[in-house]
Ligand binder design. Structure first.
Ligand SMILES: [Zn+2]
Length: 321
């Protein structure tokens, strides 16, 4: 095998990880830090699969996305909940507000005690993005830091801090969105929103009070914003990463993985995961376990009948972190 092929294989092996392993010097634009001797390789955990869409500030289509004030307000709001939580775990939340950067993504990375989340203006300006949607994107990135099992392993098993993509989504609705929006007037927030019957039915299965159901419905509607965003991005690729049929609440994925997939699932599968998180009755105050499937989660391993991690990315009971 020639060196070019070896190089390509190595590249493939790197990009096959859910969270891409990067040389921090190369990625300095993302992390603003030089490598240390003990931390030569780190992971960059994205929200969306890598894409070449770029929306510079001021070049969004009229009416698309959120403005800079909203971008900052959302980051402030989510940070106000999670800075103390991360501090209590010995870390320091560092949010890089990259409003002028047109990248249509978000990412998480960690160096020592600095737990970083990168939020890009390009994603904030993307068609259909809302303030709730952007908050849930940040929740996904925090989920890489705080989501626990199942986690991704890096080279030689190092850098295993990051939860995989499916788990970051599961965390986003079950723990983070619920925590951040619980005390808002969610009934009022939905007063002009037509919530599909499938969402109301799913939420009512677990929750009984109007307040709880409204919070769950709001999470469900926001899940759809993100699924639609991921689907639109996936359809732009050549070849298209996404199938011809758009994700919906009534067409859950029928895919069954044979081993847990750590990478970004398709948009329908991600919608299913967000909804599972939204309707799981486990309180947001109960953290996900780091090394087992049941802690903090709805889990088939414990006999739960619904709201568990979907089979389109998660293999029940097989994977050990
Ligand atoms: Zn991610």
């Amino acid at each position: 095998m020639n060196s070019f092929k070896v190089g390509m294989l190595a590249l493939y092996a790197f990009t096959a990880f859910a969270c891409v392993l990067v040389n921090p010097v190369v990625a300095s634009a993302h992390v603003h830090k030089q490598a240390t001797k003990t931390d030569k390789v780190e992971k960059l955990c994205d929200f969306a699969p890598q894409n070449d869409v770029n929306i510079p500030a001021g070049l969004e289509m009229h009416g698309d996305g959120i403005d800079e004030t909203t971008f900052n307000a959302v980051i402030d709001k989510v940070s106000s909940f999670y800075s103390p939580i991360i501090a209590s775990k010995g870390g320091k939340l560092n949010v890089n507000r990259k409003w002028t950067d047109g990248t249509v993504n978000a990412s998480a990375t960690r160096q020592g005690k600095t737990w970083t989340v990168n939020m890009y203006g390009g994603l904030a300006r993307f068609q259909g993005m809302t303030s709730d949607g952007f908050a849930m994107v940040m929740c996904h990135e925090l989920g890489h830091h705080l989501g626990g099992f199942p986690r991704v392993k890096g080279i030689f098993g190092i850098n295993s801090w990051a939860s995989n993509e499916g788990q970051a989504d599961y965390f986003a609705t079950m723990k983070c969105f619920r925590r951040v929006f619980e005390n808002e007037d969610n009934v009022d927030a939905l007063s002009n929103v037509s919530v599909p019957e499938a969402v109301t039915e799913a939420c009512s299965k677990t929750f009984k009070s109007q307040k709880e159901i409204a919070l769950c419905q709001r999470a469900g509607m926001t899940s759809k914003v993100l699924a639609d965003t991921l689907y639109a991005l996936g359809r732009r690729g050549s070849p298209s990463r996404e199938p011809a049929t758009a994700p919906s609440f009534t067409t859950p994925s029928t895919a069954e993985v044979s081993t847990t997939d750590n990478d970004h699932p398709l948009a329908q599968c991600r919608l299913d995961t967000y909804m599972a998180g939204a309707i799981c009755g486990m309180p947001y105050t109960e953290d996900f376990a780091q090394d087992n499937a049941t802690g903090g989660a709805c889990a088939e391993e414990r006999g739960d009948k619904y709201a568990f991690r979907p089979h389109c990315w998660y293999k029940v009971g097989k994977r050990k972190p």
